[in-house]
Design a protein around this ligand. Structure first.
Ligand SMILES: [Zn+2]
Length: 311
């Protein structure tokens, strides 16, 4: 696909697959891109990974109930799927263009790290079902664990497919890194349509309308994803405090396997300046490979402190 000003050139041949971990990501992150692909005569599909059913505070508030059981969660997920269908129609995408994986909300990291990696094969099959030539996916550095895990899943799935698919990454949670970004310039009316689509996500707007609108009004920025290995020396981006290390595990995942070590037992070396490097035996030449630190104790926070990096 031709790239102009850092953005793939959109045309009637463009087949865009939006990978959305939760209902609302499609609108917040790609509401303008979707409209521009359709305006160019291309086609759009949304691959939804979870129904966003693990979302207890808005549900408690709207449904006026404290305890949320399995049935309640499922009902909430169906509600959010309905909202997503409505948002997609407002953006011009028919609801038949939705493909849902029904994976657990807040559970994508666990799914990715499950032995055997059948999740990657499922992702590859889902991508292949529609043969897109452009994928929009969450950024690796997104601080929401489902978003970072979704990036890793898509990258590992793409590595299994033998077709060339251009990929670009969007950031919803966290600060953008220093890398090159392309920005969508909306034509008149496109931002209005995007904000109208956002209001379809009523379950999310009830408690957080301001925050949601602020996120949707941000410029839509994308980073083109390079499939080349970039971290050949195995540098790790974290320097976890000594006192926390007994509770941390290093996980490394590639398309053939997921491995994990307690930080203190992990194959890591340290240079004179205090930076850490992965020094483990690499059994396969599977590229790409990703690493992350996982906190072994239950944590009350949602965001990733030691998120994914390319290894
Ligand atoms: Zn999300």
């Amino acid at each position: 696909m031709d790239v102009v000003n850092g953005m793939p050139w959109l045309s009637a041949q463009t087949r865009l697959l939006v990978v959305a971990p939760h209902p609302d990501d499609e609108t917040i992150a790609t509401g303008l891109l979707i409209q521009q692909v359709l305006a160019a005569g291309g086609e759009v599909r949304v691959l939804l990974l979870t129904a966003g059913d693990n979302n207890p505070w808005p549900q408690r508030w709207i449904e006026r109930r404290l305890r949320i059981g399995h049935e309640d969660r499922q009902r909430w997920g169906r509600r959010r799927m309905g909202e997503l269908g409505q948002a997609m129609r407002r953006l011009g995408v028919p609801s038949e263009a939705l493909q849902a994986m029904h994976w657990p909300d807040m559970g994508l990291t666990d799914l990715l790290l499950r032995p055997g990696n059948d999740t990657i094969a499922a992702m590859a099959a889902a991508i292949n079902r529609w043969t897109p030539n452009l994928i929009a996916m969450p950024a690796l550095g997104d601080r929401h664990p489902d978003h970072g895990a979704a990036h890793v899943l898509v990258r590992l799935a793409l590595a299994q497919l033998d077709r060339k698919i251009s990929a670009m990454a969007y950031l919803v949670h966290g600060r953008p890194g220093g890398g090159g970004h392309a920005q969508i310039t909306p034509s008149p009316g496109q931002l209005t349509v995007k904000l109208q689509a956002l209001t379809a996500h009523r379950s999310q707007m009830t408690l957080s309308a301001k925050r949601m609108r602020r996120m949707a009004e941000r410029p839509e920025r994308y980073e083109l994803v390079s499939t080349r290995a970039t971290n050949l020396d195995g540098a790790l981006p974290w320097r976890p405090p000594l006192a926390l290390r007994p509770w941390l595990r290093l996980v490394v995942v590639d398309s053939s396997d997921a491995r994990s070590w307690r930080w203190n037992d992990a194959p890591i070396r340290r240079d004179g300046a205090g930076a850490f490097y992965f020094a483990g035996a690499v059994e396969t030449d599977a590229v790409p490979r990703f690493a992350k630190l996982v906190w072994d104790l239950p944590a009350w926070w949602v965001v990733d402190h030691w998120g994914w990096c390319v290894l």
